[in-house]
Design a protein. Structure first.
Length: 269
């Protein structure tokens, strides 16, 4: 049995199928870890969702910012963006079923020597604490009043974690860290305007603020950072939707496989 961590798919269904063929994926024995952002900006979000859903417990998917964007679009809480490409999902006869399934995805997954999250974690959060906080968001998304949470989920403030935070502010900070973060201060203040790899003055790449020995963190989200494999981090967003590649890493021995993409968007984010 092998476990493959796969970077941001973003609707690139053909590349995903080519990647699985390349690694010789066997659904009877192997498992797939997806770092989030299964949908949007690529051409076949619906096919991706249906395929991964059909895999059942052979796949683990953590929520990414584009997956949450799909939820808010479906529920009518956010305007359509010019580069959104998941109308195929919104108009599908099984849209409700798919959206309800997306709401069940975890924010974070920890198993063995690896922890997976879409974007990153704040320096004050241990892996154990991060899991507890992730569960708070998961419970809100699965609750009967989940629409109330989605209506208040967006916004970049508060920009810093505080254990005393309550309500939507508390959940918003957790979501922002786990699905949007690139840079933060050593005290955990997040910065969302910068999108390259050079941190603003006083800020650091979020993973540089983590000092404790812990499971290696597998993440995506940051296509400009690209592939980055160290003992501490596994960054797998290699910009498939922008004309880069879709990447898979076999966690047991760190065998890397990539398939190229023609690209479906002119610039990366």
């Amino acid at each position: 049995m092998a476990t493959y961590a796969i970077g941001d798919v973003q609707g690139c269904y053909d590349e995903l199928q080519a990647l699985l063929a390349r690694i010789g994926f066997n659904r009877a024995h192997d498992r797939l870890w997806f770092v989030g952002d299964l949908v949007n900006r690529g051409p076949k979000s619906l096919e991706v969702l249906r395929f991964v859903k059909e895999l059942g417990d052979r796949a683990v998917v953590v929520l990414g910012n584009h997956d949450l964007h799909l939820l808010t679009q479906y529920e009518g809480f956010e305007r359509k963006r010019a580069d959104d490409t998941f109308d195929d999902v919104l108009g599908a006869p099984d849209a409700r079923e798919l959206v309800d399934w997306v709401r069940t995805w975890p924010m974070m997954h920890v198993e063995g020597n690896f922890a997976m999250v879409h974007a990153g974690l704040l320096p004050q959060w241990t892996i154990e604490k991060s899991l507890v906080l992730a569960h708070e968001v998961e419970q809100a998304l699965r609750a009967g009043n989940y629409r109330d949470f989605l209506a208040d989920m967006y916004g970049s403030k508060p920009a810093r974690w505080d254990d005393s935070l309550r309500g939507w502010d508390r959940l918003r900070v957790i979501v922002n860290a786990m699905t949007r973060i690139r840079f933060c201060t050593s005290e955990g203040t997040m910065e969302f305007r910068s999108r390259g790899t050079a941190p603003p003055p006083g800020y650091f790449s979020w993973y540089e603020t983590r000092t404790a020995a812990e499971p290696a963190i597998v993440f995506g989200h940051w296509s400009q950072l690209g592939l980055k494999l160290t003992e501490r981090i596994t960054a797998l967003d290699t910009g498939c939707v922008w004309g880069g590649a879709l990447s898979a890493l076999r966690l047991e021995d760190r065998w890397l496989v990539q398939v190229p993409s023609p690209g479906y968007q002119p610039i990366g984010e």
